[in-house]
Design a protein. Structure first.
Length: 327
């Protein structure tokens, strides 16, 4: 039965690919194509023996070094250290059970689970830090190499979860397209290429919940977010309301595609997801940025920066605890 299903999915994918090369609306055809490819990958994973992969010693040492640096940062509140460990290394053992429950009740479990969201934030921070290199061709090449190298190292160090691999592929393909002169970067093409590569490298990942949620969220961003975001026209000046609307549009786009799967798997839906993401996402990014400054400075870090990072982390946890307490 599995062989027949895999053969049928390959045949259907071939037919859909031929249709996609012609004229007409391509988005529904592409979605059907990759759905059938997902069936094929699932069957291929069921037929093939699982691969046994052990930990890579250099990655383990790098992760241990990062964990030690976070523990030695000396934040005033122990909860801040535990939160930073969860956000940067994925280690959640130091978090209180009440804090984890508050994140879950507020609909912010994705913030604690190490995923492409965190790699995207780190990539954005590094991109801003490297802007001083300029816009020349050599500077652009150097910046892309540094960003891709950092992303690859971080993914390997933290265990290469499906969501992190997805984010790395997006970064890699985006930087490659940036370096190719005259190449137009299409979000949908980027999405399909990353999905194809990840499924080709690891067909069994199709059954991972993190993989499914990650790509569903990105599908919402690719297909829905541009249309929602365009409802509020961009003006010549900086408009705070425009930034808030962009956050609302981004959150709604992701929830539209991920909420059905979350309900199917967990039979729950966060009521205040919009309020949670509008407040928690900027606080999380600010906390990571301040904490990275603390880690980079090491023992020479001024107490003011350390206290600022600690305060932002405490505000983040207090904010989510408040949301979780709303009936």
């Amino acid at each position: 039965m599995l062989f027949l299903t895999a053969a049928g999915s390959c045949l259907a994918a071939t037919v859909l690919l031929a249709l996609a090369c012609g004229r007409g609306p391509r988005v529904p055809v592409f979605l059907a194509l990759f759905w059938m490819l997902g069936v094929f990958c699932h069957c291929s994973a069921a037929l093939s023996p699982p691969l046994r992969q052990g930990p890579w010693p250099p990655a383990e040492r790098a992760l241990s070094g990062l964990q030690a640096a976070i523990d030695a940062a000396g934040f005033p509140h122990p909860g801040t250290t535990a939160l930073l460990q969860a956000l940067l290394t994925g280690r959640r053992e130091g978090l209180d059970a009440s804090t984890v429950a508050a994140f879950r009740a507020a609909g912010a479990s994705h913030i604690l689970a190490l995923s492409g969201l965190h790699l995207g934030m780190l990539y954005g921070i590094l991109h801003l830090l490297l802007r001083w290199l300029g816009r020349s061709r050599p500077a652009t090449l150097l910046r892309s190499l540094l960003q891709v190298g950092f992303a690859a190292g971080y993914v390997v160090m933290t265990g290469a979860s499906p969501s992190l691999v997805r984010a790395f592929l997006f970064i890699l393909l985006n930087e490659l397209a940036r370096l190719l002169p005259g190449r137009r970067r299409s979000p949908l093409n980027l999405f399909c290429t990353a999905l194809t590569l990840q499924l080709a490298l690891s067909p069994g990942v199709i059954t991972s919940l993190g993989f499914q949620l990650s790509y569903l969220a990105m599908l919402g961003i690719v297909l829905v977010f541009p249309r929602l975001d365009a409802w509020y026209p961009r003006g010549p000046r900086l408009d705070p309301l425009r930034r808030i609307w962009s956050g609302v549009a981004l959150t709604l786009s992701c929830q539209l595609f991920t909420a059905p799967l979350v309900w199917l798997r967990f039979r729950q839906f966060p009521k205040y997801f919009l309020l949670t993401n509008l407040g928690a996402m900027p606080l999380t990014e600010a906390f990571i940025a301040c904490s990275l400054a603390v880690l980079a400075a090491g023992r020479r870090c001024p107490e003011g920066i350390k206290n600022l990072a600690d305060a932002v982390g405490q505000i983040l946890m207090h904010f989510l605890e408040t949301i979780a307490s709303i009936p």
